[in-house]
Design a protein around this ligand. Structure first.
Ligand SMILES: [Zn+2]
Ligand SMILES: [Zn+2]
Length: 104
């Protein structure tokens, strides 16, 4: 009879140690990382079962971006609009900006 203490564990891999400038705060503290899932046995990662997509994370402001530097925290919803006056992202159904009150 088999008795296996194991499972799938996420493991963060630093893909590129070359610091990049963070699109959000401008600091050169953004690193390209990837979360791979490893099959682990007795809490020791044995081999990767799933490769994650690389993403950029800033050590300074903790903002995550995709590998091209686009923020993954905002702009996820399709058809999102930005106010031309204050630059904040708003619901596309709005006619007036809720932040600055100007017509869009
Ligand atoms: Zn940053
Ligand atoms: Zn506005």
């Amino acid at each position: 009879m088999f008795f296996i203490i194991g499972g799938i564990q996420p493991k963060t891999i630093i893909v590129d140690r070359q610091a990049r400038s963070c699109p959000a705060c401008g600091h050169y503290e953004a690193y390209l990382k990837r979360v791979d899932h490893y099959l682990s046995l007795f809490f020791i990662p044995l081999f990767p079962v799933k490769k994650g997509n690389p993403f950029l994370i800033c050590e300074n402001c903790k903002t995550t971006f995709d590998e091209h530097g686009y923020s993954m925290d905002v702009g996820k919803t399709a058809g999102e609009k930005k106010c031309h006056h204050c630059g904040r992202s708003i619901d596309p159904n709005f006619t007036y900006c809720p932040y600055c009150g100007k017509a869009i």
